[in-house]
Design a protein around this ligand. Structure first.
Ligand SMILES: [Zn+2]
Length: 108
């Protein structure tokens, strides 16, 4: 007997339905949140994957915007800015967590 599938409200990925925690304001299902945690664990445990860690974090956050409220809107905005800096302007991923302090000069 297979487990019942549910769609993640953020990315629409179908995964077996699961009870468990999810992010407080990102709009992810518990199963998708758990899978994301497995990806992060892999990135932290294998240096070859850590080079894309910031892209993973920013992309996941943008794909799971959640309910429109101040903190989720600000979160999506910051992750989109970071993605833009990395993809369109060639910013290095290791720099992006501190991008908020550098935004005026980077965006100019
Ligand atoms: Zn998802």
């Amino acid at each position: 007997m297979s487990a019942r599938a549910s769609s993640c409200p953020g990315c629409r990925l179908l995964l077996p339905e699961r009870e468990g925690p999810a992010h407080p304001y990102l709009g992810s299902s518990p199963a998708c949140w758990e899978l994301y945690g497995e990806v992060l664990a892999r990135e932290y445990s294998e240096p070859a994957y850590f080079g894309v860690h910031q892209l993973t974090v920013d992309t996941y956050a943008v794909q799971h915007p959640g309910v429109a409220e101040r903190r989720s809107i600000q979160s999506v905005a910051l992750h989109l800015i970071t993605l833009s800096l990395m993809v369109e302007r060639g910013a290095i991923a290791a720099w992006s967590p501190s991008c908020t302090s550098a935004l005026p000069s980077a965006a100019g």
